[in-house]
Design a protein around this ligand. Structure first.
Ligand code: GLU
Length: 482
């Protein structure tokens, strides 16, 4: 039996932000290629000239690279089937169109948009499925010339088989069948000479020797048309797999209302690529056991289309946060600072840190890591290190009015003055010695210190705060209230 190596592709249209659903399609193809030691190709489908932008293409490529999804063949990296941008492949489509026209499998259609619209409205009014009437199916050369003389620019339509059931075995959804009569002769080349998506995609997938086409469920209804094209061109059909929609927690299609939807937004919020990969893999694929945390190598080892579900995948932000938290915990302080620094800078807390500031920031982020699910969250937790408390709420004011509070604050100030080094252990020892000397403990000891230093009742570890704030800043804060 022939054992052809698997070749899959990701073929985005560069028409906007790189959606999380696109990243999931890319990931599934990539994981599968890696798992099967096959080839992963990336092609740009930019035949919609009005909506395609170079910026979006760059954005998609940058996001894929950020995620660590690399490709073996395709745009930028090249390969035997270059070019990999559809707008540069027009002569290739043209060659096939010529062949289809010569073989009588396709024909020029001169109907105008208005005429087609009128026919559609009429069919719908009669309760029929709006399909092309076949008006231009049998034009004589003379009729064609007459239309051209009117200045009409033709589209090219493919003759669709009649009364045929188009069947394919979907890797995710099983046996699928569609009636060709619901399709009718459809346009493959627009009047401006550009191939439609269904046409370009088939020629490219066939020429590029793609063995498995794995893409989003929204393309399921395109597949019968693509099968008709494969057959007309005599190409071998790949295997198709349509992965389910991604829904929000309310079971509605994922949209902006559900929060961030593009990879770039998550990147900018300070999510880690390894967490996004792990999370996306679970959007539709289920591992064999209960385990949910997988690094890339584990995913490659386990991934299989057999365990990709046809049920919609639900995008659960809490789960993403939980996964991201897991990976954040594993970062070295240096890496954690790298992820959080842009957010501290954007909040105006720091600019370019000096080596000394950097050392303090490292201790700060390390001390905060149990509170931060993703990079941007550092801001709310770090605020206390950069902004002195100015107002106190009633609860905090009451704490400072407790009769032992003044004693604690002044004793601590004295200790601070004398301190040489403010390591966390040193601060801990200072607080302990106050406890011993004045017999003040628990909340009466810690709460006044926390309130005076941070203006709040709760927050990160107090010894870490003092150690990061340093002597002068801590003293200045104590003196504000005392
Ligand atoms: N360019 C199409 C899209 O971005 C690709 C669909 C496919 O994978 O066939 O939706």
């Amino acid at each position: 039996m022939e054992n052809k190596t698997m070749k899959v592709r990701f073929a985005p249209s560069p028409t906007g932000p790189f959606h999380i659903g696109g990243a999931r399609s890319a990931l599934f193809n990539w994981l599968l290629a890696k798992h099967e030691q096959g080839t992963f190709l990336v092609r740009i489908e930019d035949t919609d000239l009005e909506r395609s932008t170079k910026e979006s293409e760059e954005n998609i490529k940058a996001a894929l690279r950020w995620l660590g999804i690399t490709w073996d063949e395709g745009i930028d990296v090249g390969g035997p089937h270059a070019p990999y941008r559809q707008s540069e492949r027009l002569d290739i489509y043209q060659k096939y169109t010529q062949r289809l026209l010569e073989e009588g499998k396709a024909y020029y259609c001169y109907c105008t948009e208005d005429e087609l619209e009128e026919a559609r409205t009429r069919q719908m009014a009669e309760g029929k499925t709006p399909i092309y009437s076949g008006r231009c199916r049998h034009l004589t050369d003379e009729q064609r010339r007459a239309f051209e003389a009117e200045g009409r620019k033709p589209t090219v339509r493919l003759r669709c088989p009649v009364h045929e059931t188009l069947v394919f075995d979907d890797m995710v959804r099983g046996k699928m069948s569609f009636e060709s009569d619901g399709i009718g002769d459809f346009i493959i080349v627009k009047s401006d000479g550009m191939p439609v998506y269904n046409y370009g995609v088939v020629i490219d997938d066939a020429e590029m020797e793609i063995t498995h086409v794995i893409r989003a469920e929204e393309h399921l209804s395109n597949t019968p048309r693509q099968l008709v094209i494969y057959r007309a061109l005599g190409f071998a059909e790949p295997q198709f797999g349509h992965i389910s929609l991604i829904l929000g927690k309310d079971y509605k299609k994922m949209s902006k209302r559900h929060g961030a939807t593009s990879v770039e937004q998550y990147k900018n919020l300070g999510y880690l690529p390894e967490a996004i990969i792990n999370f996306l893999a679970l959007l539709g694929w289920a591992p064999e056991d209960e385990e949910e945390l997988f690094d890339v190598d584990q995913l490659i080892e386990r991934f299989s289309m057999n365990r990709v579900s046809k049920n919609p995948a639900v995008f659960d932000i809490d789960k993403l946060n939980w996964i991201n938290f897991h990976y954040m915990k594993q970062l070295t302080p240096d890496k954690l600072l790298e992820v959080t620094l842009p957010h501290l800078q954007a909040a105006g807390f720091v600019t370019e840190p000096t080596p000394q500031e950097r050392e303090r920031l490292l201790r700060m982020v390390d001390g905060l890591r149990d509170h931060i699910y993703f990079g941007a969250q550092v801001v709310e937790h770090a605020r206390t290190f950069f902004e002195r408390p100015t107002e106190l709420d009633e609860e905090c004011t009451d704490i400072l009015h407790e009769h032992t509070a003044a004693t604690v604050l002044s004793a601590f100030a004295v200790q601070l003055q004398a301190a040489e080094e403010l390591t966390e252990d040193a601060v801990k020892a200072m607080i302990k010695s106050i406890q011993k000397e004045y017999k003040i403990k628990g909340k009466s000891l810690y709460a006044p210190l926390r309130v005076a230093l941070t203006g709040a009742m709760h927050g990160p570890d107090l010894t870490m705060i003092v150690s990061v704030l340093g002597k002068e800043e801590s003293l200045a804060r104590l003196h504000t209230w005392h």
